[in-house]
Design a protein around this ligand. Sequence first.
Ligand SMILES: NC(=O)c1ccc[n+]([C@@H]2O[C@H](COP(=O)([O-])OP(=O)(O)OC[C@H]3O[C@@H](n4cnc5c(N)ncnc54)[C@H](O)[C@@H]3O)[C@@H](O)[C@H]2O)c1
Length: 322
Amino acid sequence: MKKILITGGSGLIGLELCKQLIEKKFKVICMDLPEQLEKNKILFRKVKKNKNLKILNGSIFEKSLLNKVISDVDVVFHLAAMLGVKRTEDNKLKCLEVNIKGTENILEACVSGNIKHIIFASSSEVYGEPSHNPINEKTDTQGKTVYGISKLAGEEYVKAYSQIYKKLNYTIVRFFNTYGENQVSQFFLAKIVRNIMSGSDPIIYGDGQQVRSFCHVEDTCRVLIEIVKNKKSYNKIFNIGNSNEKYTLNEVAKIAIKTLKKNNLKIKNLPFTKSDRTVNREIFKRFCDVSLAKKTFNFQPKISIEEGIRRISKNLNFHNDW
Ligand SMILES: NC(=O)c1ccc[n+]([C@@H]2O[C@H](COP(=O)([O-])OP(=O)(O)OC[C@H]3O[C@@H](n4cnc5c(N)ncnc54)[C@H](O)[C@@H]3O)[C@@H](O)[C@H]2O)c1
């Protein structure tokens, strides 16, 4: 069975990916920063005895460690990144360093380790405020934020390395609003569920008419497993998200109030000046077309927003902050 390195393996997507890969009997090295591994030690304790999982304390800036680890794996999932609106806008240079230089480090190690397949986590942010919706992989890219630009640069690096080093195949996955139980509470769904559960009105910045498609991390990772298994994923870009469900933020908040049976609460729409983002940073309408992933891997998201909200509400203890 293939041996797989996941950088950023203790993040929202990394944790679920580790779980699903182990279930499918892959051998997994889950690499992340010590503070992040510490946050998830309770989760890791449950799977510690699984001989197919190795937890590695390390950074994508430790080149000799990377070279050593990668020499022993077949596939690399490069998920490690700096993300989050406020965090990346407040730390622009750090964002560029982690997301671009960090990606270059991984690519260098992939070349020295003769890796055949790297899967790079990109983002719907590369489409900026899209020229049209739903967005397919051919929609123009036009990063609007430092984070979007860092992901575009990462994508270009990945393609360039694969062009020079022919043995290195890539898959670029552009995630659209992925959420789940282990997400930090700065993200929209985690934040409003926490608000509602604590009896506070959910707060939405702007008029709440911003449109999104939200995909539960379990669905996201099911397609990532197919990408590892199937060579049809080589040297392609895929949008990954839930195109079955498209909602305004106000609609999501209403669904959350109803699902969590807190009908006394009311949505509070506040101006962007009261938020952690400026109006210039906001994307107003973004939802995905995932026909390519559907056609190639038979990808079909299964978890409804109601079910996802219920799952978050049962896991309120994790990741209050970065
Ligand atoms: N969640 C989403 O909605 C979403 C959307 C688009 C793209 N993405 C991308 O998917 C990937 C995973 O996202 P996530 O939601 O799991 O985020 P996350 O923040 O939960 O996970 C990222 C992980 O990377 C780790 N990391 C950061 N710097 C590192 C370093 N120097 N060395 C090793 N590890 C480091 C963090 O500790 C964290 O565990 C990221 O690349 C992100 O940009 C996520």
